[in-house]
Ligand binder design. Structure first.
Ligand SMILES: [Cu+2]
Length: 222
């Protein structure tokens, strides 16, 4: 092979390698990582649905290939499932309960400590919270396109009976966050956590913070 042939071969190999890396990244981090879970509908009122969620410090070996990653879980037919892609009806009222078992991480931007875009207040253990101190939230549930932002209150560091590995039980230390929002028109809306909660990654924003199925997901509004 002459020098030109080698150059062409090198370019072809390089392109093939970059393509393979991109395909692996897209397949394992951005799409298809978790199955879509349909919100529970109230009998007789299809536009009144609920989501029952857990946020955990470590998802554990039973639920994920990354057992020590921080994660969102959702209740589906009586089981905790690691999915962050949730199907909701359009123009629906969504009642959300988040059981948080994780400690405080804190926000970079204090503005994100204020609940926004909800129908009625955000309640933490039954009490209305108008704004969280920036050092407090464990996570956020944020849907930027719908203007929704919900900071998630933390479990105290010295709480008794903490949950180290998911799925966690009601007997373990947790905070209960409840709120309601409206879905509006059909669409595919990204949601994500804005707290740099990915321990062990640069600036807390790598790994589970950039992977669908942990701290990011989609609302399929249909
Ligand atoms: Cu988070």
């Amino acid at each position: 092979m002459g020098p030109k042939g080698m150059r062409v071969g090198g370019v072809v190999l390089g392109v093939a390698l970059v393509t393979a890396v991109l395909v692996i990244y897209i397949a394992s981090y951005l799409v298809g990582n978790t199955p879509a879970v349909r919100a529970t509908t109230k009998p007789g009122s299809p536009r009144d649905v609920s989501l029952y969620i857990q946020t955990v410090a470590a998802v554990g070996p039973k639920l994920a290939p990354h057992p020590d990653w921080v994660s969102y879980l959702i209740r589906d037919h009586g089981r905790w499932v690691r999915s962050t892609v949730w199907t909701l009806p359009a123009n629906a009222t969504v009642h959300v309960t988040i059981l948080n078992y994780d400690g405080a991480s804190g926000l970079r931007n204090p503005f994100l400590g204020q609940p926004q875009g909800l129908v009625g207040p955000e309640l933490v253990d039954g009490k209305e919270i108008k704004a969280f101190p920036p050092g407090q939230p464990s996570h956020t549930f944020a849907v930027p396109e719908l203007g929704i932002l919900v900071p998630v209150a933390p479990v105290a560091d010295d709480a008794k009976n903490p949950c180290d590995v998911a799925p966690c039980t009601m007997a373990q230390a947790h905070r209960t966050i409840t709120f309601t929002f409206k879905t509006g028109k059909k669409g595919h809306y990204r949601w994500q956590c804005f707290v740099p909660c990915a321990a062990g990654y640069i600036q807390g924003f790598g790994g589970p913070m950039q992977t669908i199925g942990y701290m990011d997901g989609f609302l399929n509004v249909v």
